[in-house]
Design a protein around this ligand. Structure first.
Ligand code: BGP
Length: 486
């Protein structure tokens, strides 16, 4: 449609805020009836650049079940949000948050995953969290499954490998939609649904020792079960609470060709398709054709139940949310394309700088991605994660001068604003880890994203005192000016 009106900036009701996940903040892993989750058997990395979140084997699992340490397994400890949520949400409100994205620990509600009745104490905890948000005029945005599930379901049926897990999940989501109807307006089904093809962290399924083809077969089948579970949750949500909106969530990785050589451009196109496959299914309601060839070439054969195609068609999401941290480069060189399916993929881009963890910083890539997603889907978009993991230094007078973080966020906000002018419909922006938390990939504490410093080290020592960083005051101004004062 032609119009002379080009938006001048962020819309009036833009959802500014921050995002966390239960397993990275809550702690309190074994109280009030909570069961153990798949995230709580993941060991802390010994090396900063090693990802441990998928490194769970039968043997490491047995060890974890014998060991009650929260130092070896930091996601059991988090930052004790379970006991500090009031103080933490109050700090968010001081920054003027309009939205707070958080996730629900499935194990608080169904400790083993297969009980008939939910655990009331778990439900009450989230009642209190949502009431606190309400008190401060903060809209909760709730991820139903963020990188965890009851370990009971792994032990019983290898997590999402089993189709039965769909039933356990829909039992869980029904409880959530009924209980929090009217309190939660925005839901997300699976955090970074593409994580399923990376292994245990996404699937809750052990697949050590399997040949690559069988491993990928298992993961894509597990993913298929998640697609169905997600579509069923969309249908349930619409039926139980017609006012609520429910979206998908993708780890978005914009891919660039290494050179203008057509072979490289094609390789980048394929990698981009393999990243957008997930949202193609969830937004358009069917598997895209390019995946038929991919599955055939990789020896993957999916099992579909008779109703699955219809379920996917009916259960299309209302909006698309995604995390954005970096972009990637690829070429048709065999070794590079082989790297597909991992966080640390592709080659270094000589035009970009990297974070201390090697994540390539690319604000313009966010504008490119927003335009691409909008052109492809034409449904509202929501950036639900973005931020800089960095080592912060506490000065003698207890200040943190994190101008590097401000610089990172500012540049990304500028590009979001440009994309709104380009015509993209953007609902909101929740930065990752507004308060320092346990890292997803390495379980470190020293990879900090927050506006709020938390006094806790990698071993879990510290008073948990909260200190406002320079970025705290900066983001407060950004929100107050609706993105004009950057
Ligand atoms: C995303 C996850 C988050 C998160 C963030 C930063 O992939 O959805 O849970 O933590 O990345 O990653 P990390 O904590 O490894 O720095």
């Amino acid at each position: 449609m032609y119009s002379k009106n080009v938006p001048s900036g962020f819309p009036k009701n833009f959802l500014w805020g921050g995002a966390t996940a239960a397993n990275q903040v809550e702690g309190a892993w074994n109280i009030d009836g909570k069961g153990i989750s798949t995230a709580e058997v993941v060991k802390r990395a010994t090396n900063r650049k090693d990802f441990t979140l998928n490194e769970v084997t039968k043997q490491s699992l047995e060890e974890a079940l014998e060991d009650t340490s929260t130092t070896t397994y930091p996601k059991r400890r988090g930052i004790d949000f379970y006991h500090h949520y009031e103080e933490d949400i109050k700090l968010f409100s001081e920054m003027g948050f309009k939205a707070y994205r958080l996730s629900i620990a499935w194990t608080r509600i169904f400790p083993n995953g297969d009980e008939n009745e939910p655990n009331e104490k778990g439900l009450l905890f989230y009642d209190r969290v949502f009431e606190t948000c309400k008190k401060y005029g903060i809209e909760p945005v709730v991820t139903i499954s963020h990188y965890e599930m009851p370990l009971g379901l792994t032990l019983k049926s290898n997590g999402w490998e089993s189709r039965e897990t769909i039933d356990e999940f829909t039992k869980f989501t029904k409880v959530l939609f009924e209980r929090y109807k009217g309190q939660v307006k925005y839901w997300l089904t699976f955090n970074e649904i593409n994580a399923a093809v990376w292994g245990f962290n996404g699937t809750g399924a052990l697949d050590e020792g399997l040949p690559v083809t069988q491993k990928m077969q298992l993961r894509y089948q597990a993913l298929h079960h998640q697609f169905i579970a997600s579509a069923l949750a969309v249908l349930q949500c619409h039926e139980i609470d017609p006012e609520a909106r429910i979206g998908s969530m993708l780890a978005r990785m914009q891919t660039y060709p290494k050179t203008p050589a057509p072979g490289d451009v094609r390789a980048a196109q394929l990698q981009d398709q393999l990243n957008l496959f997930f949202t193609d299914v969830q937004v358009r309601g069917e598997y895209p054709r390019y995946m038929n060839r991919y599955f055939r070439d990789n020896g993957i054969e999916l099992e579909f139940a008779t109703s699955d195609e219809e379920t996917l068609k009916q259960g299309k999401v209302d909006f698309l949310s995604f995390s954005y941290y970096m972009s990637t480069v690829t070429s048709d060189d065999e070794d590079i394309t082989k790297a597909t399916g991992n966080f640390a993929l592709g080659e270094a881009n000589p035009y970009l700088k990297s974070s201390e963890w090697g994540w390539q910083i690319d604000p313009i890539g966010l504008r490119i991605t927003l335009n691409e997603l909008w052109d492809r889907y034409q449904i509202p978009l929501f950036v639900v994660e973005n931020g800089l993991g960095a080592v912060d230094e506490l000065t003698a007078d207890k200040k943190i001068h994190d101008d590097y973080r401000i610089d990172y966020l500012r540049k990304h906000i500028v590009e979001m604003k440009e994309s709104i002018k380009d015509g993209v419909e953007l609902m909101g922006y929740t930065t990752w880890g507004p308060i320092d938390l346990v890292s997803a990939s390495t379980s470190e504490m020293s990879k900090r994203y927050g506006f709020i410093y938390v006094d806790q080290d990698d071993d879990g020592n510290g008073s948990l005192e909260k200190i406002r960083k320079d970025s705290f005051y900066w983001f407060k101004d950004v929100i107050a000016s609706n993105g004009e004062k950057l």
